[in-house]
Design a protein around this ligand. Structure first.
Ligand SMILES: C[S@@+](CC[C@H](N)C(=O)[O-])C[C@H]1O[C@@H](n2cnc3c(N)ncnc32)[C@H](O)[C@@H]1O
Length: 186
């Protein structure tokens, strides 16, 4: 009985912490101006990673992969382990997530994290850019990327495509149950 009550309390505190963090993340994103923290997962995460793998596998030089809003690092970490010859950069403005990413990547030498607003980070040197877009971000991020990226750079985005770039491939979930993924270029 004692253990059961302890378990219930633990779940309750965990849920409370999650609710507080979600409100903090929404406030930080100014209620929709920027995406709150939602980890990439399931099929959409797999599609994002597979599209990046296609590019990384055929590369004949060191590639730079930039994740705009890297969250807990769940896109960059598996790729950095799989492709030690390529370079990975996560940009995230939430220090809690930066600390978590630093800890998770402590054994990796080919990955770096920047705690800053990604709108102020240049993507000029990127070969692949990841982002997770809300509708409110399509125009701003689209203008930024179309100004900064090279013709060979591939942009892989979750949820919404980026304005001002050309669609190369769209992977839509069946019956709209899930998150679409888009591959785009200048
Ligand atoms: C939907 S989550 C992406 C999560 C990530 N793909 C993962 O799997 O952990 C969006 C992330 O972007 C971050 N973010 C949103 N706007 C940002 C901005 N302007 N500058 C830096 N980070 C930002 C949020 O804090 C959040 O962690």
């Amino acid at each position: 009985m004692k253990y059961f009550i302890f378990l219930i309390l633990l779940i309750g505190y965990g849920a409370l912490l999650y609710i507080f963090y979600s409100v903090y993340s929404l406030l930080k994103g100014r209620f929709g101006m920027f995406a709150p923290f939602v980890p990439s997962m399931g099929k959409s995460k797999k599609h994002m990673l597979d599209l990046a793998r296609e590019e990384l596998e055929k590369a004949d030089k060191q590639m730079t992969v930039i994740d705009l809003g890297s969250g807990s690092g769940s896109l960059l970490l598996p790729l950095a382990r799989e492709f030690p010859e390529h370079h990975f950069i996560g940009i995230e403005y939430d220090w809690i997530l930066i600390l978590l990413s630093l800890f998770r990547a402590r054994k990796l030498k080919n990955i770096e994290w920047h705690k800053q607003n990604f709108m102020n980070y240049s993507c000029e040197k990127a070969d692949i850019v990841f982002c997770y877009l809300l509708k409110t971000m399509q125009e701003r991020v689209g203008l930024k990327l179309s100004r900064e990226i090279s013709d060979s750079c591939v942009v892989i985005t979750e949820l919404y495509p980026v304005n001002h770039l050309h669609l190369v491939k769209a992977i839509k979930p069946t019956l709209n149950l899930g998150i679409p993924v888009y591959k785009m270029r200048k």
